[in-house]
Structure formats: structure tokens, C-alpha cells
Design a protein around this ligand. Structure first.
Ligand SMILES: [Zn+2]
Length: 482
């Protein structure tokens, strides 16, 4: 009894401290905080796919970019703090478009005898580590792209906005609009179009700012959900299976997740309407990206203004021997998550069809971009646990370059394109005077070697600089736990 009392008292004392010094969790990571400062002698990649510019000076005043120009002729305002960063590159803050606040490391232990145990797959929310890793990697704006713990996600968003915890600005996606039967313990199963409308209205009222349809939704439910989301002036994306991509485009969907090779079922021979068939990817394995059918799909997506979200890292992690194992990834994981991931990684069969499918998806994405499509970028920290928040956003950009895009094009997809989709391109996504000072300071030159995008020193969100290394160190051993 006395112990319980003591514990209760301690907890209330802790929360009183947290409220009186409200930004202590944030202040610990702030390395630059000045009303007026200059990042001098930096290389700039501005997010528009323009070539990198050498030896520039960026003047930042009150959280906004005041001017950008050659360092040699820069007008340095009086009283500005001068930060010499020669050898560094500045890019816009990343806009992560498939950046969950949950993480899956142990799906294999939830499967026995080929069956998922009751009451379905359970996925761990990581509301403490994920926002820190996203920000540390350069993500200053993100979409959660499906919620499993909606009130946790909303609390994270609000506490970040109130400067109570470090993290990016969040577009909080409502709980998955999923049909029956779902494999997931935490998902609601829609019972029809009225239920879809009810759910869209409810989560708009709770403060969610986007929607995601999921694999078993019906066309009728999807149609109503899209219509109702648009009535709230909010967007809806989908990771689909029961509904094909052309069907969803015709219904007015705004975005499609993962790329068609892993999520479009239009080419499955015996596809039944509103049913999720097996064999979506193998039907795509037979398609040629330059062939008439895929070209028709690309044309349909572009003409209906449907964006596509690239999530290459999660597919790469199912590919034998990939990605190169990184110390920082294993260090961030809990011991159990690391063991679970290493086991899953070792179990990827050497004759997996994934390398060819990954290549096909890459070819599709390049063709979609070249045809004028709006490609978005995000890691999707699920799969076998090898893709972490933040690190995965960087890996996504590297894989876009492997796909055949130039480094500045890949960076544009991960910055400006996300801002355009979110309707925030006048404020974020590119570097130009008047924009919010969301920027990433990187040691090296990612316009020449894209893997240098991992060398983040400081991430500025609205002109406040956060120490990337300190943020990463603060989550050591905890991804998978909290
Ligand atoms: Zn996802």
C-alpha cells in the first residue's frame, strides 16, 4: 500500500516537473537557436531538382529563410550569428509520406503452424523513438499513413506542436479504413458504406488530417470514404488489394501506396470484384513497364492526378542480403528487435523473386516520374523490421537513385513533391526566401554520392537546429519497445 502511494506520488511529481519546464525534452537536443543566423559557405540543393550550388550563404531570420546567394557577395545582416559550414550541404527538410509511428519486428513469432495467432497480428506503437529518429534523419514533416493507436498518434502530434517533445510536424492519418476480414488485431472492419462515412466523419472531428484505405475495403466503401474525406477537405490514400488501381483512380483516390508491383491487382487473371486475390506481384512480374497495359495505367494515374508513394526500403528488406547491415540500425533496436530482424533477414530465401520485383517497381517509378506523375517517398517501417523510422527515409532516397533518378531528382521527390501533395508548397519543401527554415545540414555532397545523405549534422525545423547525433543516441536500444 505504502509502495503504491509512493509510486503515485512520484508519478504526479514527475508530471508536475514536466509541466513546469515544458520543453525540457526538446531543449536537450537544440544545438542552434538564434533569431538571426547565417549558414555560410554551404552547398545548396534546393529541392526543385536544380543542380547543386556551391559556396552559398543562407540567412535565416525568425524561423524563415531571408535570403540565399553566393557567399562571396552575401549581405550579412548586423548581429547575425555566423555559422561556417564549408564542406557541408543544405537540403530542405524531408517530407516523409509513409512514416508510421509503429514498427513491426516480430511478426514471425506471431505465426505458428502457418496461422497468425488470435486475435490477429499485433503491431507495436513506438511513439517515443519514432519521432526522434525521423527528426534526426532530416524529416521535418511527415504523414503517419495509417494509425493503429489513433489517440497516441494525435497526442504525439499535439505534444510536438506544443514543443513538449522533439519530432516532425505530423499529418496524422486516421485508423485504417479496412474491410473484412482483416489480419490485424488493432484494425476495425468496415460493415459497409454507411460505416465508412461514419468513420471518416468521426476521425475528422477527432483531429485526424488524412485517411488511408486498406487491403480488404470494397469499391462501395472506398467511394463513400473518398467522397466524405473530400467533403472535409482532406485527402485519402490507399494500400489496396480488393480494389484495383484503375478502379481507385476512377473513384477519385488521391494517392496509392507502395507502387503497383506490390499493390495493384488489375492483372490477376481470376480477380473477383471487391476481393483481395493472391498473386498480385506475380501477375506484375509478367508485365513490361514499357508495355501498353502499364503505360495505360501510368497515363490513367497522371491524368487523374493520383500520386504514388514509393516505399522501396520495405521491399528491399525482403531481398536476399540487402540492405548492407548498418551498425546504427542495430544499435537503435532493442535486443529482441535486433535478434528478430537478424533471424528474419537470414531466412530470406536466396531464390526469392524479390530482386526482380524490386527492379520492376523501380523501373515503374522512374517511368511514372518521367510521364509527369507525382511520386512521393517514405520508408514504411514494417516488413521484417529492417527499416527504421528516419534511417529508412534516407534509404528511400538512395534507392530512388539506384532506380535511375539523379540525386537532385530523388531529393526533390522526398521534399518538394511531398509538400505539393500536402498543399504546403508555399511554406515548405524547397529552399527559397520566405519559406519556413526547415533544412538539413549534411556533411559531404549527396549530389555526388547519395549515401552521404546519411551524414546529417543538424536538422532545422522552423529555424531551430536539432543535434542529429544526440537524438539518435537518446533512443539507443529502444526501437521496438517504446
Ligand atoms: Zn505502411
Amino acid at each position: 500500500m505504502r509502495m503504491l502511494f509512493l509510486l503515485g506520488w512520484l508519478l504526479s511529481a514527475v508530471s508536475a516537473v514536466a509541466q513546469s519546464q515544458k520543453s525540457i525534452d526538446v531543449a536537450a537536443f537544440v544545438s542552434v537557436e538564434a533569431p538571426l543566423f547565417v549558414l555560410n559557405h554551404v552547398r545548396i540543393i534546393d529541392g526543385t531538382s536544380a543542380a547543386a550550388k556551391e559556396d552559398q550563404a543562407i540567412v535565416i531570420a525568425n524561423g524563415k529563410i531571408q535570403s540565399i546567394g553566393p557567399a562571396a557577395s552575401a549581405q550579412i545582416p548586423q548581429g547575425a550569428q555566423l555559422l561556417d559550414r564549408s564542406g557541408y550541404t543544405v537540403i530542405p527538410g524531408l517530407v516523409g509520406m509513409h512514416d508510421h509511428l509503429f514498427y513491426t519486428d516480430s511478426i514471425s513469432v506471431q505465426v505458428s503452424g502457418g496461422r497468425i495467432g488470435e486475435p490477429g497480428l499485433f503491431v507495436a506503437e513506438i511513439p517515443y523513438t519514432a519521432p526522434r529518429l525521423y527528426l534526426a534523419a532530416g524529416v521535418t514533416t511527415m504523414r503517419t499513413t495509417g494509425s493503429l493507436e489513433p489517440y497516441t498518434d494525435l497526442k504525439v502530434k499535439r505534444r510536438i506542436d506544443a514543443d513538449l517533445m522533439p519530432g516532425p510536424s505530423i499529418d496524422a492519418t486516421a485508423p485504417y479504413l479496412e474491410g473484412a476480414p482483416t489480419r490485424f488485431a488493432q484494425m476495425h472492419e468496415l460493415t459497409g458504406p454507411d460505416d465508412a462515412k461514419r468513420m471518416v466523419d468521426y476521425w475528422a472531428a477527432e483531429g485526424m488530417t488524412s485517411y488511408k484505405a486498406y487491403m480488404n475495403i470494397t469499391r462501395e466503401e472506398l467511394a463513400v470514404a473518398i467522397q466524405q474525406a473530400h467533403a472535409h477537405k482532406l485527402k485519402l490514400t490507399g494500400h489496396l488489394c480488393s480494389v484495383t488501381w484503375p478502379e481507385a483512380a476512377a473513384l477519385g483516390i488521391d494517392d496509392l501506396e507502395h507502387g503497383p508491383v506490390f499493390a495493384d491487382t488489375e492483372f490477376v487473371g481470376d480477380k473477383q470484384p471487391d476481393m483481395c486475390p493472391a498473386g498480385g506481384s506475380s501477375s506484375w512480374a509478367k508485365q513490361e513497364v514499357n508495355g501498353a497495359q502499364v503505360q495505360e495505367l501510368i497515363h490513367k494515374l497522371v491524368s487523374h492526378h493520383v500520386a504514388v508513394t514509393s516505399t522501396l526500403p520495405v521491399f528491399e528488406s525482403g531481398t536476399p542480403g540487402r540492405p548492407k547491415l548498418q551498425r546504427r540500425t542495430l544499435d537503435a533496436m532493442s535486443a529482441e528487435s535486433a535478434q528478430s530482424y537478424l533471424t528474419a533477414r537470414a531466412n530470406v530465401p536466396l531464390d526469392s523473386p524479390m530482386p526482380a520485383l524490386l527492379r520492376k517497381e523501380m523501373d515503374f517509378e522512374v517511368a511514372f516520374v518521367k510521364a509527369g506523375g507525382l511520386l512521393l517517398a517514405g520508408p514504411d517501417p514494417t516488413g521484417n523490421g529492417g527499416v527504421l523510422p528516419g534511417f529508412g527515409d534516407q534509404r528511400e532516397i538512395e534507392l530512388l537513385v539506384e532506380s535511375g533518378l539523379t540525386p537532385v531528382e530523388a531529393i526533390q521527390i522526398a521534399t518538394q513533391n511531398g509538400a505539393v501533395y500536402l498543399g504546403q508548397q508555399d511554406r515548405i519543401g524547397t529552399l527559397s526566401p520566405g519559406k519556413q527554415a526547415d533544412l538539413v545540414v549534411i556533411k559531404g555532397d549527396p549530389s555526388k554520392s547519395i549515401d552521404e545523405i546519411e551524414n546529417v549534422e543538424t536538422v532545422f525545423k522552423a529555424g531551430i537546429g536539432y543535434d542529429s547525433k544526440k537524438l539518435i543516441d537518446s533512443v539507443r536500444g529502444q526501437v521496438g519497445i517504446r
